[in-house]
Design a binder for this molecule. Structure first.
Ligand code: MSP
Length: 510
């Protein structure tokens, strides 16, 4: 059984979660669930980034102790992930003792490797990014992500000897030993090497809320060193069983804003400690909302909880991830959520399931006395049909897409089937066959039920509740839930029509 370790960024808890956080987390959940479907031994990690001056200030603004404030906001993240059916295996908080212990061991190793030294930092710092910023990174003197001029600071810090590890990291990226996807993001990272990268501070002097740095006086661990370590501390670094089993990460899923940290700083620090390096970084794009950057002042911050209330958990998952190609920048068209939900979920998918299962129940009724199949209630298909070819072809497309983390293309493969079948039903008119040609009706119904079974399974990573409901309506969930992937995707199953249930409407129209 292959192991698969997948992570999301750990999110800052200075404010409640928004749709940006949900975007990455739902996408990671789709990939994690897909790998479970394949039969892999999956470890899916998410968590919260709770230290640093930004969070201390947010707590202060509400007159709360930082820990209490973090507890509250973290609870919002966890409850959102539950409401969105996020199947994480662990949730790491950087204020937990297990994390702090791991971070201290990691820093100790860096020291032993002579990878850190004391010096002074003078330059710019963007608190929003919690990042030391070069002038090249600014746009009109401002941080491009926070639209604010970074603060000029001068501090005595500990530095990480990044320069020593750069050639090796660069060559590993070039040769895809650390794979950075999509390709343009790899180019972006290689461009950063060209621009020049310098050693960076790994401790802060004037920050109070964080992990005490084990060296120097009154130094706090730089929040990014603290945060990146989560990917190994959650596994019980350095000696934990999970660390032995799951490290290195098979996939760090991140947004473009934190690329440099994940593609350069993190592998370099791991290298210094002699640890294995992450295999793949998938960098998804940044989105705007209805054409504008999401911001509190513009009032266009979308609360995923509101989406869940209106569209249900699977409806919200669908609307969040199906807006634009995964990996590219795009726009979330919030004003079209209703239309998209009605067209793609209520009509194309929901109606299809309702139509086919209702017809199949007619078949059941008909078979009480006058079945044309000798075997009774179980319909078997003998010949391969045009539809079976479509299913086989689209499983291939689905697998290829998801293996490359192209979650939008994987979903397209499912929707190609859904759209084709809707049209097919309109063409063959099974309700007429039922009256005129019973044998043909039964064969058509077998095809349609078998197609639903495949759609049900293909949707499993995307719409886990809906997937289960479809398979339950077909009366095969109990039988199929423990089946291996190879069995699942074969065109062959026998459906016992006496077990088909009338289910609730999957996606009520809005
Ligand atoms: N705490 C750091 C990450 C540490 S990981 C070791 C952090 N947190 S964050 O709360 O700011 O989350 C940033 C991430 O949220 C982005 O990398 C991306 O995954 C997601 N997004 C936030 N806003 C987004 C968009 N508008 N568009 C796409 N993704 C968005 O950075």
């Amino acid at each position: 059984m292959a192991k698969f370790y997948i992570t999301t960024p750990i999110y800052y808890v200075n404010a409640k979660p928004h749709i940006g956080h949900a975007y990455t987390t739902v996408a990671a959940d789709v990939i994690a669930r897909y790998h479970r479907l394949l039969g892999d031994d999956v470890f899916f990690l998410t968590g919260s980034d709770e230290h640093g001056s930004k969070i201390a200030k947010a707590a202060q603004a509400q007159n709360k102790k930082p820990q209490k404030f973090c507890d509250e906001i973290t609870a919002y993240f966890k409850s959102l992930w539950d409401a969105l059916s996020i199947s994480y295996d662990d949730f790491i908080r950087t204020t937990e003792a297990r994390h702090k212990d791991g971070v201290l061991k990691f820093i100790e190793k860096l020291k032993e490797a002579n990878a850190i030294y004391e010096s002074e930092y003078e330059g710019f710092y963007c608190e929003g990014c919690e990042k030391f910023m070069t002038e090249k990174e600014m746009v009109d003197g401002k941080c491009p992500y926070h639209q604010k001029a970074p603060e000029k600071i001068s501090e005595k810090n500990y530095f990480f000897r990044l320069s020593k590890y750069l050639p090796e990291i660069k060559s590993r990226i070039e040769s895809d030993k650390i794979k950075i996807l999509p390709e343009n993001e790899k180019k972006e990272v290689l461009g950063l090497f060209k621009q020049g990268l310098s050693d960076f501070s790994i401790s802060r002097e004037k920050v109070k809320w964080g992990i005490k740095f084990p060296y120097g006086k009154d130094q706090i661990t730089y929040v990014w060193v603290d945060a990146l370590s989560n990917y190994i501390t959650a596994l019980g670094y350095p000696k934990g069983k999970n660390f032995q089993k799951f490290w290195p990460a098979d996939l760090h899923l991140i947004g473009r804003d934190i690329l440099k940290f994940h593609a350069i700083y993190w592998p370099a620090m791991l290298r210094a400690c002699g640890e294995k390096l992450p295999r793949t970084l998938f960098v998804h794009g940044f989105f705007t909302v209805s054409g504008q950057k999401m911001s509190k002042s513009l009032g266009n911050v979308i609360d995923p909880n509101e989406m869940i209330k209106k569209y249900g958990s699977d409806g919200a998952r669908y609307l969040i991830i199906s807006q634009f190609p995964f990996g590219q920048d795009g726009d979330i068209k919030a004003e079209r959520f209703d239309e998209k939900y009605n067209a793609e979920l209520a009509n194309n998918l929901g109606n299809l399931v309702a139509r086919v299962t209702t017809l199949a129940r007619n078949l059941k009724f008909l078979q009480k006395g006058e079945s044309s199949t000798k075997s009774g209630q179980i319909l078997k298909l003998k010949a391969k049909s045009r539809i079976s070819n479509l299913i086989v072809r689209n499983w291939k497309k689905y697998i290829k897409s998801l293996n490359n983390f192209q979650i939008d293309e994987g979903l397209d493969a499912v929707y190609e089937i859904i759209n084709y079948i809707n049209k097919y039903i309109d063409d063959i008119k099974p309700w007429e066959l039922q009256k005129n040609n019973q044998k043909k009706f039964e064969i058509a119904m077998f095809d349609l039920l078998e197609v639903l079974r495949h759609i049900g399974w293909m949707l499993n990573p995307y719409l886990p509740e809906t997937s289960k409901k479809i398979l339950e309506q077909l009366g095969i969930w109990e039988r199929e839930k423990t089946r291996g992937f190879e069995e699942i995707k074969k065109w062959k199953t026998e459906i016992d029509i006496s077990k088909i249930k009338k289910g609730k409407i999957l996606f009520p129209r809005i």
